[in-house]
Structure formats: C-alpha cells, structure tokens
Design a protein around this ligand. Structure first.
Ligand code: DHB
Length: 323
C-alpha cells in the first residue's frame, strides 16, 4: 500500500484529502462526520467578525457532472458563535483548519487571533471568494494587499497560515509569491472561478446575487494550471483545489506540485463517503505507477521532477526561481 500521509509545512495530515471550506462545515458534528468518513483534515466554513445571513436564494445552480455555480454570500454565525462547533470537531479528534475572511489586514488579524485560540491546527485565509463585496477577491487580487494581510496574521498567531489564492487574475503565482513574502506557511489554489448563469425567460441572472463562483470538474484544468505555475514560482507548499472527484484527479494535482488537496463539489454530489473512495483510488493509482508514497509524487510532472523521481527529498522537490 502506498503511503498517503503527507506534510504541508509543519502540518501533518493522515492523507492528502481535506474537506474544502464552505462544504459540510455548518456544524461541529458535520465536520466531525467528514473526519470520521476518512478526510485527512477538515476546513471550516469561512468565518467573519459577526453573523451574516448570506445572499437570498437562489444561491446555487447545478451543472450536472461538470459542477456548480454558487453565490452564498459568506453566510456564517460569526467568530463569537462558531468556536463551539470547532470544539465538537476537535473533541472528535479531527485535524481542523479554521477559515476566516475579512475586509482588511487588521480585521484578518483580529479574527486570526480568535480562531487560533480555538485550537485549530492551521488557518486558511479566504482571499478569493469571487463575488462578496469588500471581501475575498476584492482584498486578494493585489499582491501587496495579500502580502500585508498575510503578514498581519502571521505576526499574531503561531500556527501555520495558509493563503487561499484566486484564479480570477492574470497572475495567480504572483499572489502566491506575495503570500510567501508575507510569511505564509502554504498557499491553497484555487478558489472558485467567477461565473454567471442567465435565465433567458426571466431575462436576468439565475442566482439572486448575479455573479457566482464556478466549481467542480469543469475547473480542474484551471486549478492544475495555477498549481503548476505556483510550484515553479514559490518554495512554500501548495494545497490543490478545483474539480477533484477521483483519486486520479488528486494524483494529477500532486504531480503538478500540490502536497495535499481540498475536495468540495464532489462532497456536495456524493456526500462524505467520497473520502474513503478517494483514499482507495489514490492508493491504487500510486501503486499501479510504482510510486511508493503520495509525497514522492509531488511535482513529478515538472521537468526537474521527471529527471529523478525518487532520488530527491520530497520536502524540497524543486528548485525555486528567485522571486
Ligand atoms: C462563496 C465564497 C467562496 O469563497 C466561494 O468560492 C464561493 C462562494 C460564498 O459564500 O458566496
């Protein structure tokens, strides 16, 4: 059996499959459920300073096997309420990563302190929701903003800080490089791709908010391209996200340079039972290719990786170019 345990910086994961933020994370029980179903770790929904109801319905448009478009509006109970849910997941033994969103560096830092105090293993900064006014992409598209936010958070917590990068920009790798300069322990790439659906009879957008974020198999090539480019640009570890619904999808992300992956839309389609299947499939794919561990596959599709798969330290499986 191929070894699936992986490290993202100092964060140790029993397998590379993380529950993505915003999916199945309403309660501590649901997070614990995903952990019990075999996830390597679970990421909370994105939490802000106060409760938000989110956008009115419709908030989701399905695209069958291709994925879905959504604009939820960052609904969450706020940082005063949510820690009790995290406590439930932690008590179940889950590796929990706390996701936070804010409108500026100071707000992120305040939230980060509060989130870190819950006992989560790491933080993920939502710098990439594609449609919430004042948040996400609006504060995560300029490299200098990303660097400032990450630095402000890193200064106030001792746990690893992961910056979740948007693909809705001309140079996602520049955002990853900015996160690295700010002291991020890792980046996750990508968040959803900005999209729109039109109802021609009603002559208006399908989603109440109008613009939304596209996820699922349709965006896998976009995610892979971003991970690929980021791997060539930075030295910090990468968590791949976007359209992972099989073990082979995950292996593609590992070979593109990711050390772990997040699974979201596949969970909405197949439930948390997908985690066991993903673990089984990745293990089988690695076995078929004679690759002894998930970590040994990291970056293997890059030319430096092909030259000597197996001969190098997987923790530093590439030579980064200067920023
Ligand atoms: C929402 C947030 C996201 O980060 C995303 O990718 C899609 C939707 C939201 O809450 O609307």
């Amino acid at each position: 059996m191929a070894e699936l345990a992986t490290r993202v910086g100092t964060l140790s994961l029993r397998n590379p499959f993380l529950l993505a933020s915003g999916i199945w994370g309403e309660s501590g029980e649901s997070l614990a459920g995903a952990w019990g179903a075999g996830a390597g770790g679970v990421i909370t929904k994105s939490i802000g300073t106060s409760a938000r109801a989110g956008f009115p319905n419709p908030t989701v448009e399905q695209y069958g096997k291709w994925g879905m478009l959504n604009a939820m509006g960052l609904p969450n109970p706020g940082i005063d309420e949510y820690p009790r849910e995290i406590e439930v997941a932690l008590r179940a033994g889950a590796t929990v990563i706390g996701s936070i969103f804010g409108g500026a560096a100071e707000e992120f830092a305040t939230l980060a302190r509060r989130m870190a105090a819950t006992g989560v293993a790491a933080l993920e900064l939502n710098l990439s929701c594609p449609h919430a006014e004042g948040y996400g992409t609006e504060v995560g598209s300029d490299p200098s903003d990303v660097e400032e936010i990450v630095r402000a958070v890193v200064e106030v917590v001792r746990i690893p800080v992961i910056a979740k990068i948007t693909p809705n920009t001309s140079d996602p790798a520049a955002l990853a490089a900015a996160a690295e300069r700010g002291g991020a322990a890792a980046v996750s790439a990508i968040n959803t791709v900005r999209g729109l659906a039109i109802d021609v009879r009603l002559r208006r957008p399908v989603l109440a908010h109008g613009l939304g974020g596209l996820s699922g198999p349709a965006i896998k090539p976009v995610g892979l391209a971003c991970v690929w480019q980021i791997y060539e640009r930075v030295r910090i570890p990468i968590i791949g996200v976007g359209g992972i619904s099989t073990g082979q999808d995950a292996l593609e992300y590992l070979m593109a340079g990711a050390r772990a992956v997040e699974v979201g839309t596949a969970v909405t389609q197949g439930g948390i039972r997908v985690f066991r299947r993903l673990v089984r499939q990745l293990s089988a794919s690695l076995g078929e290719l004679g690759i002894p561990s998930a970590e040994r596959a990291v970056g293997a599709a890059h030319s430096a990786g092909q030259a000597d798969l197996g001969a190098r330290s997987p923790a530093r499986a590439h030579i980064a170019k200067p920023a």
